[in-house]
Design a protein around this ligand. Structure first.
Ligand SMILES: [Ca+2]
Length: 284
């Protein structure tokens, strides 16, 4: 059989089915996101380019819109009429964000607090001395804290010193200043102990003014430690002994004094192997 032009066979034979006007209407099931507020189907689908067709907050948000004024908007800028605790993302100002219980940082309103950073209340997070100082902290022992480091002054460093004798009578070889120069490789050494235990040597320190001393440390020069030594303070009239101690080896002796006050101090030493010598004497 041959057809004419573009005509279909049904048209040719009059077989096109016609709607039955008496059949009941079929109700179309419309997904919520494609309904308007009256339950009527929207003309087009809710999408990023058709936000006005989004009829619920959920679909609006999924399409990248912002739900307020009961409609889906393309921008959250401008007024934020529904900025509240449930819509912190719509708060466009720090004040309204904070009033809604949000946290304002990164130029937006967040529901969670920002991660703590180095500041006055988080000094432990400051990792450099500069950031620590800027936050009002104190940098000590490679960490930042609110507690200023205790500054301990060694008053012996600035004291004037004198001694009973010098190594072979030459002051220049091991001068008494060597015992308070802050240098562990320089030392004062007395003259030879001709009378053994019965020979006493001493050193005196003038701190320049009365100082409260809590601790004295004496680093003896190798084997040149005394067998017995005592610590004295000048009270304005006479010398007062405050410590009398025995020594059995070299190294460093630590003497606690509980803040005794004094300007003039004397260390008296007896006995020892050939000489007595001090590498460093510190008064704190
Ligand atoms: Ca020294």
């Amino acid at each position: 059989m041959q057809f004419l032009g573009s005509m279909f066979p049904q048209e040719m034979f009059g077989m096109i089915p016609q709607p039955d006007s008496n059949a009941p209407a079929v109700r179309e099931i419309i997904p919520e996101q494609f309904q308007d507020n009256s339950g009527n189907p929207t003309d087009t689908q809710c999408s990023a380019t058709n936000l006005q067709q989004c009829v619920s907050e959920t679909t609006c948000g999924s399409a990248g819109g912002f739900w307020y004024n009961n409609q889906c908007n393309a921008s959250q800028q401008g007024t934020d009429p529904v900025c509240d605790s449930a819509h912190l993302n719509l708060c466009v100002a720090e004040t309204t964000c904070l009033n809604s219980g949000g946290y304002w940082y990164n130029n937006q309103c967040n529901s969670t607090a920002p991660a703590p950073v180095c500041d006055a209340t988080h000094l432990n997070l400051c990792l450099t001395e500069i950031s620590c100082a800027n936050a009002g902290g104190y940098w000590n022992n490679n960490s930042c804290s609110a507690t200023p480091p205790v500054v301990v002054t060694n008053y012996a460093l600035t004291a004037s010193a004198s001694a009973s004798s010098y190594y072979r009578d030459y002051q220049s070889a091991y001068p008494v200043t060597n015992l308070k120069d802050g240098n562990d490789s320089s030392r004062w050494i007395s003259n030879f102990l001709y009378n053994g235990f019965y020979q006493e040597e001493w050193v005196q320190l003038d701190l320049g003014q009365s100082r409260s001393i809590s601790e004295i440390s004496i680093s003896w020069s190798d084997a040149y430690f005394p067998q017995n030594y005592s610590l004295w303070i000048w009270n304005g009239y006479t010398w007062i002994m405050i410590k009398d101690l025995l020594q059995s080896s070299g190294g460093t002796s630590q003497i606690s004094l509980n803040g005794i006050q004094g300007r003039y101090w004397m260390l008296r030493m007896r006995g020892g192997y050939r000489y007595v010598g001090i590498t460093e004497l510190q008064m704190r």
